[in-house]
Write a protein that binds this ligand. Structure first.
Ligand code: F6R
Length: 242
């Protein structure tokens, strides 16, 4: 894998945005796999700036998001739908018909997961998948488990993930207990993976991901098997590696 070491999260955002922008310019109707959370916020900020300053064109770009909480409506301030609109889609010229985010309110969640997977296939597969990483090594909401997950599915969130995400809610009790997530198998079909990781708290899991055994208890470690992974990380996250 290729590693970009940056001084801080803001410059990690700039480099990551550059990689995404290059993909969009090379293939204007590319399919981008997108992530939410704190890590990609500076990336979306930079892409919005490039759209405004340099007319980076998203009119034909298609997007699929990794995950969404079960039980939160699109309007809920902590839903990933809301996150994508307010951090990115509201500020660029993307056609919302070309965007997909799992529907955590679907009446038949299992049928929805199958349709989601089918949509990715119909759109020709993911060209570039953006990933953050959880403190427990999750990617998407693929939590540590005894086997690697396959395709888009309904999952229970671990206490560790719920506690890590509590900062966005009023109390731990409000953090949803389930989510829909692309599977590890879905993520691995992406032609290119961009993993972004910042902050000292992530240093240990980043090291285990790339230098530890490939183990479903560290879901991101599966990326050692992927042939086109770029890691963008700041000095703090790379402290024990580089
Ligand atoms: C978000 C997602 C999660 C986050 C991870 C890290 O769509 O799939 O795997 O990337 O929980 O979150 P932050 O960036 O908030 O530390």
């Amino acid at each position: 894998f290729t590693v970009w070491k940056t001084a801080d999260p803001a410059s990690a955002g700039k480099i990551s945005a550059e990689i995404i922008a290059k993909t969009v310019i090379a293939k204007p109707d590319c399919l981008l796999g997108l992530a939410t959370g704190s890590t990609p916020v500076p990336i979306y900020k930079e892409l919005v700036a490039q759209h405004k300053k340099s007319n980076l064109d998203f009119s034909k770009v298609r997007t699929v998001n990794l995950d969404e909480y079960v039980g939160l409506s699109a309007e809920h301030p902590q839903s990933y739908h809301h996150f994508m609109m307010s951090n990115f889609f509201d500020h660029i010229n993307i056609d919302l018909q070309n965007t997909r985010i799992p529907d955590g309110m679907a009446a038949d969640l299992s049928a929805f997961c199958d349709q989601y997977e089918q949509q990715i296939t119909n759109w020709g597969g993911i060209d570039l998948q953006l990933l953050g990483i959880g403190l427990n090594g999750h990617i998407g909401f693929n939590e540590p488990a005894s086997v690697f997950t396959r395709r888009t599915h309904l999952t229970d969130l671990t206490e560790s993930t719920r506690k890590a995400n509590q900062r966005f809610f009023n109390s731990l009790d409000e953090v949803p207990r389930q989510a829909i997530t692309m599977g590890i198998g879905t993520i691995m079909t992406a032609r290119k993976i961009l993993l972004v990781c910042t902050g000292i708290k992530k240093a240990e899991i980043l090291e285990r991901t790339f230098f530890g055994p490939i183990d479903p208890m560290v879901p991101a470690s599966v990326l050692q098997f992927h042939q086109n992974v770029t890691v963008v990380a700041d000095e703090a996250a790379l402290k024990t590696i580089l």
